[in-house]
Each structure stands twice: as structure tokens, then as C-alpha cells.
Design a protein around this ligand. Structure first.
Ligand code: ZN
Length: 169
């Protein structure tokens, strides 16, 4: 007999009272993912249910998402475009919206990033990796460029890992 796995559980079990799946992906609950703090103004285009463009601030950038502060509450699973000073556009979808004083913090998962110039094709310069590790000193545009480059470049990921190992000696 095969060992039962999570995938073999029938979808309509009558014994469990819970309707939610324990295997549902929750990317924003992976707290160990590093977030790069930023404080840059952005324009946020809310694409649903009707087009609306509001000003906001990028609070931080991680591999899977960005956190943005805006003045308007936005529902979950709404598609957005986050425009960084006409230099880059982050395409994403809202994961949560939390009230924060008289503003709202949106967790946005990143679907794609478009850059006006293809700067991230170059490897990351050592001084920029230093600022990335320091967690301060980069603009949101630089942080999202580095984030995108790291997603696609194993050489720079290894370089970053080596720098982390060195700095912890
Ligand atoms: Zn690289």
C-alpha cells in the first residue's frame, strides 16, 4: 500500500469541520524572507473594479512582494501597477490591506516587473550588494532591480551568500 499523502485526501471529507485547506500557500507568512526597507514615493494604479490612480510610498521590497502605503483601502486579490518614478512598473496583486493610522498598508505579491531601461541585465556591483546587505541606502528602484536580478542570476545569489557568510565571521 502506498503511504497516504496530503494529495490523496479526498476534497469532500465529512469528518473535518474546517473548510479551509491546510496546504493553501501563504507567501506573506514566510516571515524569514528578507525585506528591504524603502521610503520612496510611487503611483499606484488600482485596476479593479474600476481604474483609479493614487499616490503611495513603497515601505519594503522582498523576493515575493512589496508593501505599499496608500490613503485608500484596497480589497484582496486586486491587480495593481506600482510605478516607480517612471523607471519601473511592478505588476502585482493585493494579498492584504491593513489600516495603519489614517493610511493603509497593502501587501502586494509581485507578478512581474517592467524596467524602462534594462539595467538589471548587468551583474550587481559589489558596493550595491553591500548596501543591500546593510538594509539601507538603496532607492526602491535599486532594491527592486537587485531583487529581480537575484531571482534570475545564480552567480549573484552565490556572491551574496558568500558576503553574508563573510560578514558573520
Ligand atoms: Zn548577476
Amino acid at each position: 500500500m502506498a503511504t497516504p499523502t496530503a494529495l490523496s485526501v479526498p476534497p469532500n471529507t465529512k469528518t473535518g469541520p474546517s473548510k479551509t485547506s491546510p496546504n493553501e500557500p501563504r507567501p506573506f507568512e514566510r516571515r524569514r524572507e528578507p525585506r528591504y526597507p524603502t521610503n520612496d514615493p510611487v503611483e499606484v494604479c488600482i485596476l479593479e473594479p474600476r481604474y483609479e490612480r493614487v499616490s503611495g510610498t513603497v515601505l519594503d521590497i522582498s523576493r515575493s512582494g512589496v508593501r505599499v502605503q496608500v490613503r485608500t483601502p484596497v480589497a484582496k486579490t486586486v491587480h495593481l501597477e506600482i510605478i516607480l518614478a517612471s523607471r519601473a512598473i511592478i505588476f502585482g496583486e493585493t494579498r492584504y490591506c491593513r489600516r495603519h493610522g489614517d493610511a493603509y498598508h497593502l501587501g502586494v505579491s509581485i507578478d512581474d516587473v517592467y524596467f524602462a531601461q534594462d539595467l538589471f541585465a548587468l551583474h550587481i556591483e559589489p558596493d550595491l550588494i553591500g548596501l543591500y546587505l546593510d538594509g539601507t541606502g538603496l532607492t526602491a528602484l535599486q532594491a527592486i532591480q537587485i531583487r529581480n536580478h537575484l531571482v534570475n542570476c545564480s552567480a549573484c545569489r552565490e556572491n551574496l551568500a558568500a558576503r553574508v557568510a563573510l560578514s558573520s565571521l
